[in-house]
Design a protein around this ligand. Structure first.
Ligand SMILES: Cc1cc2nc3c(=O)[nH]c(=O)nc-3n(C[C@H](O)[C@H](O)[C@H](O)COP(=O)(O)OP(=O)(O)OC[C@H]3O[C@@H](n4cnc5c(N)ncnc54)[C@H](O)[C@@H]3O)c2cc1C
Ligand SMILES: *[C@@H]1O[C@H](CO)[C@@H](O)[C@H](O)[C@H]1NC(C)=O
Ligand SMILES: *[C@@H]1O[C@H](CO)[C@@H](O)[C@H](O)[C@H]1NC(C)=O
Ligand SMILES: *[C@@H]1O[C@H](CO)[C@@H](O)[C@H](O)[C@H]1NC(C)=O
Length: 510
């Protein structure tokens, strides 16, 4: 009897819920029968990305199989999204979304669960060497690797000083403030491009827009073994089945066909007294005891899905306290490789963030002979190019290539593609990031359930690993476990939230 275990005690609304999973009063027999008859499942898992699939697997492992995954796209994987790129005779699977297992394992230390999955499913990955780099400016090849090396040290100082020093800093600031306080002030275009490579290329947002503390945590918990992180290794999937195959294979091991609704876009989530009612854009209705919403933070921020009643003020505030970065990979295929032999290249434009980071997939480590070159832009520059037609972006990229390679007669690309993550109503950005001076209460509120029936999980709810695949994974697992306990305990209050987030002292003009 896992279904209909809940009576929603309205008296808990608006109170600070305790983290304890208190049993609630059992529902009356009529309510029980009425709701059992109509419900499609105990749990609706909304969204079939990493968080949704891992939450499903966790429920299954806990003996709860009465759930349905509801996904708008025609396959599982979410931001693990592959694409067949290239001319028909030279086509390769490339990754539009996540591509690296970031941090693997050091000795017997913590292992990145995505690395464990990659090994389980024999995903072909290659070690990336971000120091294998050539440097360019508007005169062509120009060696500024001394400045590049200095930017690595600047980033290390930034991370080491975020909250770690004595006296311990008690408040957060922007990473830009952090850079300045630790003595780096990028002035030249070489310094700006090098800083972009260390920072924006990882976080999808600029140091101005990013929390000093949270970016340092994210870095440490993923990469720094001394802080409990996995390792400094980044392994790029070149698996021609697509990186997403690992999450699709996990899903196949546990799902019956009736537990998956693809091509099913959620329009309204109604959190009612005795049920959660989910209405799809095609009018279909699904009812359950609980819903676990794994849509991206960007989707929640853009009101692409309507909540009835509207989410409480504390939840809305939490949703808008965090931001979405954008990371755009622009793929080009050429008849042959004419570029650098290193894995990476950095181009220093006069404008910070203008087509700076180049990655050669036509490299012995990746997809040799593919003729594929990738240039990545982030943040505001991503939004800018998303609003331009492809042909315009392509001609800008070609102008840069002609600048970088003045001695080469740069051929026209034979294929060109980039994904518009920011404008996509299923994503609205690439991954989340904390802006400066974030409050831990907002972080807790983003993660907390609303009343008893509506739960949230995804990369953005992860304290340690927000932004990453392993953040989505660990949250799918953690929230899945909490929900399973709740269901098996006959209902619960769930996770703690704070009704009114305040400064230590209120803002005031004295
Ligand atoms: C360009 C890019 C590069 C990245 N690179 C890396 C990397 O190299 N390494 C790394 O660790 N991480 C990387 N990430 C981050 C990683 O992809 C994400 O953290 C992770 O995939 C998020 O998983 P999720 O389950 O939280 O969300 P999602 O994958 O977004 O899953 C949510 C699902 O909900 C669905 N959905 C949305 N709206 C609706 C609706 N209305 N109705 C029904 N379904 C809906 C979506 O289609 C999606 O499948 C990258 C992301 C991007 C975009
Ligand atoms: C989903 O839609 C796609 C494309 O419209 C179609 O090919 C596929 O069969 C559909 N899948 C399901 C499960 O409905
Ligand atoms: C992965 O490869 C190993 C060794 O080649 C093999 O034993 C195993 O069955 C493979 N697993 C999968 C899921 O393909
Ligand atoms: C990150 O790790 C470094 C090295 O272990 C440490 O000095 C620093 O204090 C850590 N920073 C944060 C914010 O945890």
């Amino acid at each position: 009897m896992l279904r209909a275990t809940l009576a929603l005690p309205v008296l808990f609304l608006g109170l600070v819920a305790s983290a304890a999973r208190l049993p609630v009063a059992p529902p009356s027999q009529e309510v029980l029968e009425a709701s059992v008859a109509r419900k499609d499942a105990t749990v609706l898992i909304l969204g079939g990305g990493v968080a949704g699939v891992i939450a499903a697997r966790t429920l299954h492992e806990q003996g709860i199989d009465d759930f349905i995954i509801v996904e708008a796209r025609d396959e599982l994987g979410g931001r693990l999204m592959s694409h067949a790129f290239g001319t028909p005779d030279r086509q390769f699977t490339v990754e539009l979304g996540a591509n690296w297992v970031q941090g693997t394992q050091t000795g017997n230390g913590a292992e990145n669960p995505m690395w464990a999955l990659a090994k389980k499913h024999n995903v072909t990955t290659r070690l990336s060497d971000f120091g294998s780099i050539s440097t360019y400016d508007d005169s062509g090849a120009f060696d500024f690797r001394d400045i590049f090396d200095a930017s690595i040290e600047n980033f290390q100082r930034l991370v080491a000083s975020a909250g770690g020093r004595v006296p311990k800093r008690l408040v957060d600031m922007s990473a830009r403030g952090g850079y300045s306080l630790t003595g780096s002030y990028p002035q030249s275009r070489y310094q700006m491009a090098s800083e972009h490579y260390q920072f924006d290329w990882e976080f999808g947002t600029s140091p101005e827009e990013t929390s000093w503390l949270a970016s340092s945590w994210a870095h440490n918990y993923t990469f720094d073994p001394a802080s409990g992180g996995f390792s400094y290794e980044n392994r790029l999937s070149v698996d021609q089945r697509g990186f997403k195959m690992l999450i699709q294979a996990e899903a196949r091991e546990i799902l019956r066909p009736s537990q998956l609704r693809l091509n099913s876009t959620v329009n309204v989530i109604e959190n009612a007294k005795h049920e959660v009612k989910v209405t799809l854009t095609d009018g279909r209705v699904l009812r359950a005891d609980y819903a676990l919403c794994t849509f991206s933070l960007g989707v929640l921020q853009h009101n692409d899905v309507k909540f009835v009643p509207p989410l409480p003020a504390w939840k809305q505030e939490a949703i808008h306290s965090m931001s979405m970065g954008t990371y755009t990979k622009i793929f080009l295929q050429f008849p042959q490789k004419f570029w650098f032999d290193t894995q990476m290249a950095l181009y220093a434009d006069y404008e910070r963030g203008r087509y700076p980071v180049w990655q050669s997939l036509d490299h012995p480590s990746y997809l040799p002979g593919s003729g594929i070159l990738v240039v990545t832009v982030t943040g505001e520059f991503s939004k800018r190019i998303e609003s331009l037609p492809d042909s315009y972006v392509q001609s800008e990229v070609m102008d840069i290539l002609e600048t970088m390679f003045p001695e080469v007669d740069v051929p026209e690309p034979i294929d060109f593609y980039f994904q518009r993550w920011h404008s996509d109503p299923l994503f609205r950005g690439s991954y989340s990031n904390w802006p400066a001076a974030f409050l831990s209460e907002h972080q807790g509120n983003l993660r907390a359930n609303v009343d008893e029936r509506l739960w949230f999980a995804g990369e953005a709810t992860s304290r340690k690993y927000f932004g990453y695949l392993h953040g989505a994974y660990t949250e799918g697992e953690a929230i899945g476990l909490t929900l399973a306990e709740c269901i098996q305990g006959g209902g619960c209050l769930g996770l703690e939230h704070i009704d009114r987030v305040q400064n230590a002292r209120p803002y005031d003009i004295v």
